[in-house]
Design a binder for this molecule. Structure first.
Ligand code: PLP
Length: 409
């Protein structure tokens, strides 16, 4: 067998996973061997419709030819050189990100730091906020929202709301205060002139697909401009077309100071980006931050293929239209125990009136759907943007039975 031929995963992968990998994710439900488009195949040869998309990552689906070709060509040409040197894919990617991060392109002076994950992109944003605090004589106070998720490193974790994630690892980065989302009065009370920055997600995906109001985002932008705090918008989950726009905040019309990206950026290859807009673009100078792999040309080539394909195949409009239609269908189906269907584009939360989401994930798996419970009572759908209407409809048809079986279990 040649090196490029795929070895069958073989039996016992899940058991071996349990022995060899650190058990931070618990026991995996399945082992996958291959994928194509929105369909995954497990090691037993069974197929599943992937409605999780690697947690909002596989925007072009699995093994999209554009990514396969870009990665294959790049890795055969130039693989890695370190950040002591420039490569064309790295530079072109930063330029393309600056072109899509705000409608009409990023303001003069904007720059990109390329990292390897969403957490790292947010760590870079934290440093920018701290550099801003030092430069302007502010305190280390940073505001984040209740129900937020910004990552698991000790900086990003300090900005993450869930007590169970944070408390075992305290003390974390000091200075973070949580305020309730969509509450302007609470924002006004907390946002005193000493605050260095505010972190928000346009839709809180990990918390159960909880959207921020566009009006709240606009007020937040006005108030942070007034006090001089930096506004950081975490687009790790909502960026790259997921909501039907390049960025989840585009609907609101605001221009943040910092935007962080990852997940869908390279469609499955590891990458993150911290975009500093306007004069914030030069707050971190030589020696202030780094990454060995950040901007790796192979991952950058994959990201360029993602951006090109989203543009060429009209996937922003497709995500918006399919998502709108699907949410309407899901509501119209009047599924037992479903009391709300929310979200934007192809980031959808199905709210149950009971904590049955994990049971629905299990019955869904039996029926050939890969699903995710973002909360005990919320199913999160974050499929590839290439999902077809027929594939979406097959889930809508199956859902009443999945829920009924789950609620009777
Ligand atoms: N920020 C948001 C909004 C996320 O949803 C996530 C991951 O789920 C992260 C940050 C962390 O990204 P990563 O897991 O790539 O480090």
């Amino acid at each position: 067998m040649s090196a490029t031929e795929q070895q069958p995963a073989g039996p016992g992968v899940v058991e071996r996973h349990g022995r060899a990998l650190m058990p931070t994710f618990g026991v995996p439900a399945l082992a996958f061997e291959s994928g194509l488009g929105a369909v995954l195949r497990d090691t037993e040869g069974r197929e599943y419709l992937d409605l999780l998309g690697g947690i909002a990552v596989n925007v072009l689906g699995h093994c999209h030819p554009a990514i396969v070709e870009a990665v294959t060509a790049q890795v055969a040409h130039l693989d890695h050189v370190s950040n002591f040197f420039a490569t064309a894919p790295q530079v072109e990617l930063a330029e393309r990100i600056l072109g899509i991060v705000t409608p009409g392109g990023a303001p003069e002076g904007s720059t990109v730091f390329l990292a390897n994950s969403g957490t790292e992109a947010n760590e870079c944003a934290i440093k920018i906020v701290r550099a801003h605090a030092t430069a302007t004589g502010r305190s280390d106070r940073i505001l984040a929202l209740t129900h937020s998720f910004h990552g698991r490193s000790t900086g990003a974790l300090a900005l993450t709301w869930k007590e169970a994630y944070r408390s075992p690892f305290e003390p974390l980065m000091p200075g973070v205060e949580f305020i309730p989302a969509n509450d302007v009065a609470a924002l006004e009370a907390a946002l005193t002139p000493d605050v260095a920055g505010v972190f928000v997600e346009p839709i809180q995906g990990e918390a159960g697909v909880l959207p921020l109001d566009d009006d709240y985002l606009r007020t937040l932008r006005t108030l942070t401009e007034r006090t001089g705090a930096l506004l950081v918008v975490d687009e790790v989950q909502t960026g790259m077309g997921r909501t039907g726009k390049w960025m989840g905040h585009h609907r609101s019309g605001i221009v943040p100071d910092v935007v962080t990206l990852a997940k869908g950026l390279a469609g499955g290859m590891p990458i993150g980006a911290c975009v500093a807009l306007g004069e914030v673009g030069h707050l971190l100078g030589p020696g202030s931050h780094g990454s060995t792999f950040g901007g790796n040309p192979v991952c950058a080539a994959a990201a360029l293929a993602v951006i090109d394909t989203i543009e060429e195949d009209g996937l922003l409009d497709r995500a918006a239209e399919l998502g709108h239609w699907w949410r309407r269908e899901l509501r119209a189906t009047r599924v037992p125990h479903v009391c709300d269907v929310r979200g934007r584009g192809l980031l959808i939360g199905v709210q149950f009136d009971e904590p049955i989401a994990a049971a629905v994930v299990a019955t869904g798996r039996e029926a050939g759907f890969i699903l995710n419970a973002a909360a005990a009572d919320v199913l999160r759908l974050a499929p590839p943007l290439v999902l077809t209407r027929d594939q979406a409809a097959s889930f809508t048809r199956a859902l009443p039975r999945l829920v009924t079986t789950a609620s009777e279990a």
